[in-house]
Ligand binder design. Structure first.
Ligand code: SF4
Length: 429
């Protein structure tokens, strides 16, 4: 379910119209006017990148890196082939927004990628789509066909000298393929394992060529920015947190789904939009930015606004915008056991601290949950985490550690109760 409140990605989409995703409906709500604008007015690459910088758009995949700045890293005078890649390998627990974009508004993404290609002088793009989703992949392919037939993709777009080829790529369903260099390896047909960095993709990306990688929601925000201006997008949000954002809300709320709202909206308002807590239960905790973000207790979360700065100040991360809401009946030991298993299972096994450490984290949390924990286990968890964080090739190692640290920081007494009494503190668990 997608709920449009205010924003740019789903603006004007009539979800009741079965063809709302198609090119006719997209053009009727202003689609492809941004592309026509840059091609007909002679807008330069520098002007487009400047507009992106003005917008304050930060990467919507999780890292929050400024998009305009990333685009400026692409060496425009590079003589050979360069690539543009969209990361739709959405697979983190709690995150389900990008697939809705592909299913419900794929042309916004396509137009955003074409504009990105023009701005960086790139003529070939790929959209890497998570391997376990078929409807989204087929929808994207259908939208590509429409865009090609309308002259927005291919050679001499709209009669100009600008050419841009865009291809969909169905991935393999591994979480690690969402890590940008593992994605590139996978796209090249190899095992999806992260590369050592540097070199970074801007200089050594797909097939060793300069490559820019952005998230689906990031690209889908571009047409609005070019059409309406970066300043207008910025003002939808708050300083340093420009625009609106999709939040995937799951867990113990009455109406889970994707909510597109301005950055800076109080969490309490988002919770109201979701119909409040399910069955009138009390809010206990929230993971505000996908499974790797440290959990925040209710009292802290209720003081937060939904933007990068507020959530970071509270000790967590906005990440991809996956908001996992937990009520008073949630056992935090069980919750952490599930999260730890995920990272253990999804580690690519390439580096020892992650391959071995994620197994240690899972097994120790599992034995605490089973009533077999020892008093020294909590310090052991922190010690193992300390030996993973910052010592791995990619961020999955850190991502496995942060939920452990967050849970022990805010809910240590629940873990101690499990160890001491060999049962859960939460009634009924
Ligand atoms: Fe693979 Fe984990 Fe190392 Fe990342 S941190 S490269 S997932 S083993």
């Amino acid at each position: 379910m997608t709920v449009y409140v205010k924003g740019v990605v789903f603006e004007g989409v009539d979800f009741d119209d079965p063809k709302h995703w198609g090119i006719e409906a997209y053009m009727a709500r202003g689609g492809y006017t941004a592309l026509k604008k840059i091609l007909s007015t002679g807008m330069t690459q520098d002007e487009i990148i400047a507009e992106m910088k003005t917008s304050g758009l930060r990467g919507r995949g999780g890292a929050g890196f400024p998009t305009g700045l990333k685009w400026s890293f692409m060496p425009r005078s590079f003589p050979g082939q360069k690539y543009l890649v969209c990361n739709t390998d959405e697979g983190e627990p709690g995150t389900f927004k990008d697939l809705d974009i592909i299913v419900d508004n794929p042309h916004a993404l396509i137009e955003g990628m074409i504009i990105g290609g023009f701005a960086m002088g790139i003529t070939v793009g790929y959209n890497y789509i998570h391997g376990e989703v078929f409807e989204a992949y087929e929808r994207f392919e259908a939208a590509l066909e429409e865009a090609r037939a309308a002259g927005f993709l291919g050679d001499n777009i709209l009669g100009t000298s600008f050419c841009f080829q865009l291809h969909g790529h169905h991935g393999y369903g591994a979480y690690i393929c969402g890590e940008e260099t593992a994605l590139l390896e996978s796209l090249e047909g190899k095992k999806g394992q992260p590369r050592f960095k540097p070199p970074f993709p801007a200089s050594f990306g797909l097939y060793g060529k300069p490559t820019t990688i952005n998230n689906t929601e990031t690209f889908a925000s571009v047409p609005y920015i070019i059409r309406e201006g970066g300043q207008k997008f910025l003002e939808l949000g708050k300083p340093n947190n420009g625009g609106t954002k999709l939040f995937s809300v799951s867990g113990h709320v009455n109406r889970p789904g994707n909510y597109e709202i301005p950055l800076g909206t109080p969490f309490s308002e988002l919770l109201e939009m979701c119909g409040g807590m399910r069955d009138g239960k009390k809010l206990k905790a929230v993971i505000p930015g996908g499974s790797s973000a440290p959990v925040l207790p209710a009292d802290i979360m209720m003081q937060c606004t939904m933007d990068y700065d507020s959530i970071s100040k509270a000790g967590s991360m906005l990440g991809s915008g996956a908001v996992i809401v937990m009520d008073e009946t949630t056992c935090m030991v069980k919750a952490l056991e599930r999260l730890s298993y995920f990272y253990f299972e999804e580690s690519c096994g390439q580096c020892t601290p992650c391959r071995e450490g994620t197994g240690w984290l899972y097994r120790v949390v599992h034995r605490i949950e089973q009533g077999l924990g020892r008093p020294e286990d909590l310090d052991l968890l922190l010690s193992v985490g300390g030996n993973i964080a910052g010592r791995t090739i990619c961020a999955l190692g850190d991502a496995a550690v942060m939920p452990v640290q967050g849970m022990l920081k805010h809910f240590r007494s629940e873990f101690e109760h499990h160890i001491e009494h060999k049962q859960c503190l939460v009634p009924g668990f």
